[in-house]
Design a protein around this ligand. Sequence first.
Ligand code: NCD
Length: 313
Amino acid sequence: MRHLIDPLDFTLEETKNILDLADRIKQNPDAYSHVADGKRIATLFYEPSTRTRLSFESAMLSLGGQVIGFAGAEMSSASKGETVADTSRVVSCYADIIAMRHPKEGAPLVASMYSSIPVINAGDGGHNHPTQTLIDLMTIRQLKGHLDNITIGFCGDLKFGRTVHSLVNSLVRYKNNRFYFISPDELKVPAYTIEDTLKPYNSEYYEVSNLEETLPKLDVLYMTRVQKERFFSEDEYLRLKDTYILNREKLNLAKPDMPVLHPLPRVDEISTDVDDDNRAAYFKQVQNGKYVRMAVIMALLEITDPLTGQKVL
Ligand code: NCD
């Protein structure tokens, strides 16, 4: 049985197979509308979410399956003190696959050790968010045509942003990617990302603080929200939250084919006047999210692809 806890749980070839399947589903959604008939996903969300939970649920429904779950720890027995281990054992009796979001790093990994059904990490604290990573890869591949030889800038909260950590983990595996980390000093990318991810792959990386100076060099820009919920002090959050605001004027400094990605939700870091620019790719990511999650559910449930006659993994 396979789980998806970390983007590295899928090899490069498996990652490509998932992205290819997501592309096929996008082209032919009707062909996949009954492949998960009779299957259930449990969405166990101990943290707020709009896109991730609804897109998992929408993905399962679009495959013909059903959905159970809770949205908020206070709605579950976690509020009575039940452990993630026990909850995942229990939910294994009700569902075929779990998608779990949790404020504690490692909680979905613990769930996967006790459940008898596949577990998907839908975001664990400041750590990983592997399905968002697959969405980001799918979107970059669609817009740039490849996942190697890319100069990508990550801007904003690089300390707490799990989507950043997760995507960097994955992108170092493709050849000749260069990384610009654009952040204030307080929100720099964690030392473990540098020591355990970038250095072992000999990846070229730069830590900078000026967005305007960096923009012209980039092939892809990945903006992020300052992660309010992970700050210890409200004052510190308020001081840092508007460090970077991308607007149409600043975007003039960028290459004409530089997609702007953002996992959403956005707060103020991208002005709405960027939304109409054809480089704005964040709503494309949302669209891709459903197809990627359909592909991941199919892969982990070992469902045969009706168009190729093959399993994904
Ligand atoms: C992200 C997350 O939850 O990490 N949202 C998402 O799933 N698309 C980003 C964020 O909350 O800033």
